[in-house]
Design a protein around this ligand. Structure first.
Ligand code: GLN
Length: 493
């Protein structure tokens, strides 16, 4: 039996039944990583020694019949999650030697649940991007075609899960960074309600948009991970004290009688024919399962990308101001004559091109004279987008849309055309603007030039409706023929 094929649920049951140990499981994963990651580059750091120690500890707990559903489960963390004593770079040169003195709240929670951390995964620098090509370590490849991107910014996490190099992984999603790579690589990716999961200890990109969530092999697995990481945290004041429900309780309830909205704006401009077909086929399956399909409208959709690419860089420029090479960030090679020289050198050497572009945009839109014309206007648009979603959820229970208008593109193809890259976020950004949860679930394939490329559907719900999203996603996964984790991606180097 190849242990790396197991879902989280299966691995957890196997551990409890003593069919194999956490050490066996962890070793199998490192074997797999050694075999395939040279072609894929999902990991930027492997922590094998510590992982094996943690696996031994987990086995002791399991031997006593104790532990949680996650005890002994090998997982991966995106490299913007602070891990105590373990290098955390945000895939930026400016943090290349940073070793955090503490764990992020979610990392602490996962460790308390008994997980085994295999390593840190690749991301676009400070999570700014949709392809991992903006990583100082170079891009992650798509497991279905190594000449294509894995998506991003949580491309390393998505690739690791889809190619059996981790049972599950954590990512962050500010404008699509969990859902888009999940769709491109063929795994499940959950963007939670804003505030559902604490972000303390995770480096901020745009604080009023950032969320944390799981990438997993199945919907059920994603629910199991969220169970362990959701909830209020005193260290993150945006996490309300709303009880965390039992996410598995209603997962098999099906979709009979549910109203599923199809927002027409997500099927019009710029969407590739094959992608639309996959999504519409999934919608038909939902109809067969007893859901009522309702066409609806989210008229503000077309303004979301523009509003985001003003508001998010504004927040980024403020958040990155702390990286000055003194308190945060590495010392520059040429320190210069005075403090200003020093700042220029530290930031000039430390940040990559995409970060520089966004910091300049952000600083510009926040500056006196431009604030009203850009930043304030973007905020007003955001309010209208929120209203779009409030109105829609008066008519339907959930919505289904494509995750991205196109499948994974070729590495390098969009590097000189930032606008083209930004437009790939058209269907994910509005969800972050509204702060609602959404999940990417594998739904089919389109033909690439070297074989099939995965495509996901996006299931969107009202705030704090993660339980319902799992129910809806699981119904599809259990009924459809497409189970990405059962189809082995090809590795053509
Ligand atoms: N692709 C989007 C961007 O480049 C989203 C990034 C994210 O969610 N972190 O900003």
């Amino acid at each position: 039996m190849d242990l790396t094929n197991l879902t989280l649920k299966e691995a957890s049951e196997g551990l409890k039944a003593k069919k194999f140990s956490s050490v066996d499981l962890t070793k199998a994963y490192f074997e797999r990583i050694k075999k395939v990651d040279k072609n894929l580059h999902a990991y930027v750091l492997e922590t094998e020694e510590q992982a094996l120690k943690d696996a031994e500890k987990a086995d002791e707990i399991l031997a006593k019949g104790e532990g949680s559903a996650l005890t002994g489960i090998p997982c991966a963390l995106k490299d913007n999650f602070n891990t105590k004593g373990v290098r955390t770079t945000c895939c930026s040169k400016i943090l290349e030697n940073f070793v955090p003195p503490y764990d992020a709240t979610v990392v602490k929670k996962l460790k308390e649940a008994g997980v085994v951390v295999l390593g840190k995964t690749n991301t676009d620098e400070f999570t700014c991007g949709g392809s991992t090509e903006h990583s100082c370590f170079g891009p992650t490849s798509n497991p279905w075609d190594v000449f294509r991107v894995a998506g991003g910014s949580s491309g390393g996490s998505a690739c690791a899960v889809a190619s059996n190099m981790a049972v599950f992984a954590l990512g962050t999603d500010t404008g699509g960074s969990i859902r888009e790579p999940a769709s491109f690589c063929g795994c499940v990716g959950l963007k939670v309600t804003y505030g559902r999961v604490s972000r303390s200890g995770v480096t901020s990109f745009a604080s009023s948009w950032d969320t944390i969530g799981p990438l997993a092999k199945t919907v059920e697995d994603a629910a199991m991970v969220l169970q362990a990481i959701a909830g209020h945290d005193d260290l993150d004041s945006t996490t309300p004290n709303i009880p965390v429900p039992d996410y598995l309780k209603n997962i098999d309830k099906g979709v009979k009688g549910l109203k599923i909205g199809i927002p027409k704006e997500y099927f019009e401009e710029g969407i590739e024919v094959g992608v639309r077909e996959v999504v519409m086929n999934a919608v038909k399956e939902y109809e067969k399962m007893g859901a009522e399909i309702v066409e609806i409208s989210l008229p503000m959709t077309k303004y979301a990308v523009a509003a985001y690419y003003i508001a998010a860089p504004a927040e980024l420029s403020a958040n990155l101001a702390r990286f000055d090479g003194i308190r945060y960030g590495r010392k520059p090679q040429n320190e210069g004559e005075d403090l200003l020289d020093y700042y220029f050198a530290a930031r000039g050497e430390g940040f990559g091109d995409e970060i520089k572009r966004r910091v300049m945009i952000g600083t510009y839109v926040l500056s006196a004279g431009y604030y009203d014309a850009y930043y304030k206007k973007a905020q007003k648009v955001r309010t209208l987008i929120i209203k779009d979603f409030e109105d829609a959820f008066k008519k339907v229970d959930v919505m289904i849309t494509p995750v991205a208008p196109i499948p994974a593109w070729k590495i390098g193809e969009k590097m000189n055309d930032p606008l083209a890259m930004y437009l790939a976020d058209a269907f994910t950004i509005p969800i972050n603007a509204a702060g609602v949860p959404a999940m990417s679930v594998p739904a089919g394939f389109v033909k690439g030039d070297k074989g099939d490329l995965p495509v996901g559907i996006q299931i969107i719900g009202p705030q704090f409706s993660e339980e319902l999203l799992f129910q809806v996603g699981n119904a599809y996964e259990k009924n459809s023929k497409v189970k990405a984790q059962n189809v082995k991606p090809q590795f053509k180097a």
